[in-house]
Design a protein around this ligand. Structure first.
Ligand SMILES: [Zn+2]
Length: 350
């Protein structure tokens, strides 16, 4: 179910206020975020709240130990501070994923030595009425015996306006079995708002008969359709379906995903406006479009399957801002014909 953590670059304005200069380098000490663009999300579990999740990464030129002692996050609305949170050293340690490889930004190693000694997972939710549109981050650090210094960045937080009118990727009855990061679901860079959906029978049952074979699932083999018109830019069609219900067996993962997060057979559609649909875990051999094909909304493109990192037949859908999910940012998504897509929602897609 695409649970791997994947990372990437920034759109932040970074600077540092020196108290003691760090070693000279071509790679400036700076803060960046992954995803590189942060969007605010309605937090269903908290009335009237909006929130965001991202990694705040300290980038440095060398491997020298840098300790982080304090992070101050100031939320801004039209440039005015409306809320401030401070995390001390212990709190920072609790959300720190050290040693992220910077190659995860684009898939290729940086051209000069670059290190990410700290990557803090930031979760926040605030009253939507505060109108937060930026976040100022100030990280106090120290290297060796030098005095502390503060590295600072101002990070825009935007409200996303979806451009493509999307329909659900299959027709009929179903249930959203997993949601995005705000529902403790998908949390990788491009999948923050991803959904998994299982097909159901006309009486909303998940299985047709029995309960111990993937072929018993009501959704197994259901036609997957293009959510909107576009051009096919990625296809994979040769991965085996996981054979055992409830088991995501790593021996069925593609070699490039030994640790999971394998989308299996998949199709990426470029909608021509900076939005791309990823449809994953498709049935082996069922993909009937090729790279370069133009597709129309509702066109059959594959069958629902169980390939990749998955514990049962379902469709994984996400909207992203680039063709490759490993290096794209997640985009919030809404469907025209299925309005409620939070985890556990039953629906009928016409
Ligand atoms: Zn998924």
């Amino acid at each position: 179910m695409l649970t791997a953590l994947v990372l990437c670059l920034l759109s932040t304005v970074a600077m540092s206020t020196d108290e003691q200069p760090m070693p000279a380098s071509k790679v400036p000490l700076r803060l960046l975020t992954i995803p590189t663009q942060i969007y605010s999300t309605v937090v269903n579990a908290k009335e009237g709240s909006t929130g965001w999740m991202f990694f705040l990464i300290l980038e440095a030129a060398d491997e020298g130990a840098i300790t982080a002692s304090e992070l101050t996050l100031t939320y801004l609305s039209s440039g005015k501070p409306v809320r401030t949170e401070t995390l001390g050293a212990t709190a920072l340690l609790a959300v720190d994923k050290t040693n992220y490889p910077p190659a995860r930004l684009t898939g290729t190693a940086p051209t000069q030595p670059t290190f990410w000694p700290h990557a803090f997972r930031i979760h926040a939710s605030v009253p939507a009425a505060l109108g937060v549109d930026a976040l100022e981050a100030k990280l106090r650090i120290a290297a060796g015996s030098k005095k502390t210094k503060v590295v600072q960045a101002t990070i825009p937080i935007r409200t996303y306006e979806q451009k493509t009118r999307l329909n659900f990727p299959f027709r009929g009855k179903g249930i959203v079995s997993q949601g995005g990061a705000f529902e403790a679901g998908h949390r990788n860079r491009s999948g923050l708002y991803a959904i998994d959906a299982i097909g159901l029978t006309d009486t909303y049952a998940p299985v047709i008969q029995g309960n111990d074979a993937i072929q018993d699932y009501a959704g197994w083999g259901r036609t997957i359709i293009a959510p909107a018109a576009g051009k096919v830019v990625q296809v994979r069609n040769d991965r085996p379906d996981q054979p055992v219900d409830g088991v995501s067996d790593p021996t069925f993962f593609a070699p490039e995903y030994p640790d999971g997060g394998d989308p299996g057979n998949s199709v990426v559609i470029d909608h021509g406006n900076g939005e791309f649909s990823l449809l994953a875990h498709l049935r082996k051999g069922s993909v009937r479009v090729r790279v370069g094909d133009a597709v129309t909304q509702g066109q059959a493109i594959a069958l629902l399957g169980n390939s990749g990192d998955t514990t049962g037949p379902h469709i994984h859908y996400q909207l992203q801002d680039g063709p490759r999910w490993e290096f794209a940012n997640a985009l919030p998504v809404q469907f025209g014909n299925v309005r409620q897509t939070s985890k556990g929602s039953y629906f009928e897609a016409k």
